[in-house]
Design a binder for this molecule. Sequence first.
Ligand code: MN
Ligand code: MN
Length: 469
Amino acid sequence: MEEKEKTVAQQRREALLNQPKNGYDRLSAEDEAAMRTYCEEYKRFLDAGKTEREVVDEVVRLAQSKGFVPFVRGMAVNPGDRFYRVNRGKAVMLAVIGQESLAEGASIGAAHIDSPRLDLKPSPLYEDSELAYLKTHYYGGIRKYQWVSIPLELHGVIVKADGSTVKVAIGTGAGEPLFTINDLLPHLAGEQSKKSLGDGITGEQLNLLVGSRPFKDDEGSNRVKLAILDILNEKYGIVEADFISAELEVVPAFRACDIGFDRSLIGAYGQDDRVCAYACFAALMDIAIPKHTAVCMLADKEEIGSTGVSGMKGAAFDTFMSDLCDAQRVPLKACYEHSFCLSADVTAAFEPNFPEVYERANSSFINYGMGFCKYTGSRGKGGASDASAEVVGFVRRTMDAAGVIWQMAELGKVDAGGGGTVAAYMAERDIDTLDAGVPVLAMHSPFEVTGKLDCYMTYKGMKAVYMAG
Ligand code: MN
Ligand code: MN
């Protein structure tokens, strides 16, 4: 059929207006097939790692299978070498050495692998009214009412008095017990229901139900607590005091799954920010020898401000980079000033149920691809790294050249709230940095939702950054 000649107005519209189409109207058959495979692997990755430690273990396992070896200070560093270094079991850095010297800079993808959750307190176990509970202290920005009346698992490590470490992952295997935090029945919730959403459930009410059966043939108090400790002692060889030196995390028991009749979405816990962490990591696994050294940084502690030895403010990243630079006799600062970083962290997808907190023209939308944010922050960009026009321009060109479907967005409307990422801490190192990531619905809830197209495009975008000239 012969195409009608376009009017001048139509031609000018196409040339001048920015009118993005839904990603599914732009997706090639080849990309669609790759997207399906990628998302199946991503869901498997989510189920394998529900804590930062488990993600590190899974990343190392996968990296080793793709030829990555631990980087030890003093090793030679040559083009094509594939290295990784684990920081205290809770963060991991990987690199594929490029053809050019590190003096020409590195292409960095940085994401975080910690997620909002409930940590156990140092003295958590108690019995009340012949029911046993574990006290928790929430980690990161949670809405407390979302964590009651759902199935929960317990993951982490316990360091015993003798220094040995026990790994715990209760609820992952088939038929294993789960835990829960009880809410009030509506029949008796009259007063609670009058409270605001933020006050309805308090932090001190987030107590995990872990048992009810008393120790038999015992006349003492705390018989249920004693029976629970007896089970833990038999299974893990621990005593109550060992909780003091433990890191135990309560996480949702949901498996990652497809959402929707059309299976176009993924529902899972911890997609902030494992959806970007997986994209950064999977893209690095899949590249051959890049021009510039490609680096994937998977950080801990972003949800509480990137603090501590395993957070992005910590020195471990600098030490890793400077060890690589030393091998090529390059000053770290010379590498940094020529480097580029995509700070890959999720952003808030427009949710038509709550349009009042978004500004449509500057929101990210599900199925519109990888989302870029020039700045994050709150109250007038406070705390943002605010990338330069030149940096955004570089990323636009790189994405378009690689056929990546992408969008530009802010996290919510002005003064509706805000958020931060590791971007500012990369920028403080003298590294040009831009925020980028997957738009998420119900972010920070126990069950977050992403679009498969956006997940895959973020992988494709990361690959483009690693391979950029
Ligand atoms: Mn995040
Ligand atoms: Mn977050």
